[in-house]
Design a protein around this ligand. Structure first.
Ligand code: HEC
Length: 151
């Protein structure tokens, strides 16, 4: 390998740390990562809710696609609360959250478990099963928001 090529390769490798601030090292990024995850949860959940309410035609394959997204998305927000600097970075959280992180984590795990159950129900394509699993999943949101989300 010639010297010019090596230098070029090295400088492109060295350029990588220029984007080193990520949601897992930077409090402000952690807040946007969390809020973005919640927004995607809301959109995917809303589509299933529309189908359950009859606003949109029921489509078992579409429910399954949304439930697959929710099973993944419901795992994402929680890590962001433990990133160094997250507390100082703000977000619309009640201060009580910072003294109760293990409980928040448990609630997050419960949401993810209920999302997995919703996905299992979606795979049966049985509307009654989907409705029940959806109700269980949805109950988590308000319970946690009342306690930890600021208006
Ligand atoms: C374990 C607690 C918890 C659970 C469960 C939870 N949330 Fe939240 N949610 C929060 C907190 C805390 C915030 C504020 C985050 C911030 O601004 O940093 C929030 C914010 C949001 C936001 C606003 C995001 C933004 O752009 O500012 C939406 C939308 C949302 N949640 C939807 C949901 C939905 C839908 C569910 C249920 C499927 C849910 N959340 C479940 C804690 C929770």
């Amino acid at each position: 390998m010639n010297k010019v090529l090596i230098t070029t390769l090295l400088s492109s490798l060295l350029a990588i740390p220029a984007i080193a601030n990520t949601a897992f090292t930077n409090g402000k990024d952690a807040v946007s990562y969390r809020q973005a995850s919640f927004q995607l949860i809301r959109h995917n959940m809303g589509d299933i809710q529309d189908m359950i309410r009859g606003n949109v035609a029921f489509d078992a394959e579409r429910v399954q696609r949304r439930a697959e997204a929710l099973a993944l998305l419901s795992q994402l927000p929680w890590e962001s609360f433990t990133v160094p600097g997250a507390q100082e970075a703000g977000g619309k959280v009640k201060p009580a959250i910072w003294n109760n992180l293990p409980e928040v984590q448990e609630r997050g795990e419960k949401l993810a478990a209920d999302a997995a159950a919703l996905l299992a129900a979606a795979k049966t394509a049985e509307q009654a099963e989907i409705r029940k699993a959806f109700g269980d999943f949805a109950r988590n949101c308000k319970a946690c928001h009342d306690k930890y989300k600021a208006d």
